[in-house]
Ligand binder design. Structure first.
Ligand SMILES: NC(=O)c1ccc[n+]([C@@H]2O[C@H](COP(=O)([O-])OP(=O)(O)OC[C@H]3O[C@@H](n4cnc5c(N)ncnc54)[C@H](OP(=O)(O)O)[C@@H]3O)[C@@H](O)[C@H]2O)c1
Length: 407
């Protein structure tokens, strides 16, 4: 009979419930891998279980409560008591990661969190282990499945944002309250964690600038399709001027970009570095059984060799003004000189135009252009002035464009 490995489970909701079922289902198959048979030693929810009793009877704690407290308190207490911890809690790690990783190192235990970023896509493991020797230059990610589903449906079916969101909610891809997803905050938390791992420097959620997708119109997507672009909510963490820029915003991608074809509720992360050029990983970004599978993978890893998140060795400055290419959408009165005036204001800020589409007449006239990269502060200065021109019929809209072509 193999020895038992006791797993205490905090939280028994969408992921916790799926994890409990999967653990039972896979327990026998785990024995040949680890020499141990995992079994649930206790479950804590708001209405059942006692944390101290579960801790005392467990070799490892799985935290699937979510939120900051009491999850933070339980995770710290478990590690101080010498237990390994597995968590899927991106909010907790993006705000208290340094405290938690320091506690894990101090007590010689593992804190694993593969399911906290991009669901079942093994990006945490790849950054921590496979790419540990790579000097990462940039990480790009579609790390929120809800928004990717909404944008995909807007592009495929010409749905409005509100209709696509309603469809996502009906299919269970979006919560009843989708705020964290559609504002980009959920993706920002995941990018903070990825940036910490890729660049070995502390990154707090509040240092990540984020914009969501609520302002995107089907119109923007249709115009951009004419220019060969597809729209994604992109998280970026990259080295800039000796510092680090971490941000989340909608961005247009050209067809050849590895993330351009990631559709529906899928997630994907691209890691770029001189030596490895580019690696893209993609797969389901959420869902109870999918996330539970990533959690169980972490439990199995914790049953075998040690893995730690080392102390940060860098203090990279967070850079907020970076160069971006932009798509600029303007509703204008149809009269001579419009393009020239817009071009002049852009030119004053050093912006140059890459492509232009003009459509419609009279009250339906639209001027859509893609600009070559320039500092965001300069672009927004020009856009503010353009917004004041007397022929503008609505505030101009801008969306970043990620320019690289991959072959
Ligand atoms: N859902 C996904 O697809 C997904 C994907 C990736 C990561 N995650 C992460 O996984 C974690 C869990 O998400 P979920 O969707 O499974 O959440 P959920 O369905 O809301 O379940 C939360 C569980 O935690 C329990 N709980 C809440 N407050 C508690 C407290 N104060 N003390 C003890 N138990 C408490 C709840 O108890 P009751 O049963 O009594 O309400 C429930 O069993 C979160 O960190 C989330 O970000 C989720």
């Amino acid at each position: 009979m193999p020895a038992t490995f006791r797993v205490g489970l905090l939280g028994h909701g969408t992921v916790g419930g799926a994890f409990a079922a999967l653990l039972e289902q896979r327990a026998d198959a785990i024995v040949p891998i680890t020499g141990l048979k995992p079994e649930l030693s206790g479950v804590l929810t708001r209405s059942r279980g006692d944390f101290e009793a579960i801790l005392a009877g467990s070799d490892l704690i799985v935290e699937l409560i979510g939120g900051l407290e009491p999850a933070r308190d339980y995770v710290l207490r478990a590690m101080r008591a010498g237990r390994h911890v597995v968590s899927a809690n991106k909010l907790l790690l993006s705000q208290h990661g340094e405290e938690l990783w320091a506690c894990a190192r101090e007590h010689g235990v593992q804190l694993r969190f593969e399911a906290a970023v991009a669901g079942v896509v093994p990006v945490v493991r790849v950054l921590q282990e496979s790419l540990a020797a790579a000097h990462v230059e940039r990480v790009h990610g579609i790390v929120n499945g809800t928004t990717n589903y909404i944008l995909t449906e807007m592009a495929r079916g010409g749905l409005s944002y509100a209709d696509a969101l309603g469809q996502a909610q009906a299919l269970g891809y979006a919560e009843a309250d989708p705020t964290d997803d559609v504002t980009g905050r959920d993706a920002a938390a995941k990018m903070a964690i990825l940036a910490r791992l890729a660049f070995d420097t502390p990154v707090h959620l509040e240092q990540v600038r984020y914009e969501g997708i609520e302002q995107i119109t089907a119109d923007d997507i249709a115009y951009a399709q004419e220019l060969g672009l597809s729209l994604k909510l992109i998280g970026t963490a990259e080295r800039v001027d000796g510092g680090l820029s971490v941000r989340v915003h909608p961005a247009f991608l050209y067809g050849g970009h590895p993330l351009a074809s990631v559709n529906g509720p899928f997630n994907a992360v691209t890691v770029e570095s001189d030596v490895i050029t580019e690696i893209t990983m993609s797969g389901p970004g959420a869902g109870g059984p999918q996330t539970a599978s990533a959690v169980l993978g972490d439990v199995i890893s914790a049953m075998i060799p040690p893995a730690t998140t080392p102390e940060a060795t860098q203090e990279l400055a967070i850079v907020n003004d970076v160069a971006s290419a932009f798509y600029l959408h303007m509703e204008v009165a149809d009269r001579p000189g419009v393009l020239a005036q817009v071009a002049e204001l852009l030119g004053l800020q050093g912006a140059s135009i890459k492509s232009v589409v003009q459509r419609g007449l009279g009250d339906n006239a639209r001027l859509v252009m893609v600009l070559h990269p320039l500092l965001e502060s300069r672009f927004y200065a020009a856009m503010r002035l353009i917004g004041r021109l007397d022929f503008m019929r609505a505030a101009p809209r801008a969306i970043r464009v990620i320019e690289e072509e991959f072959t």
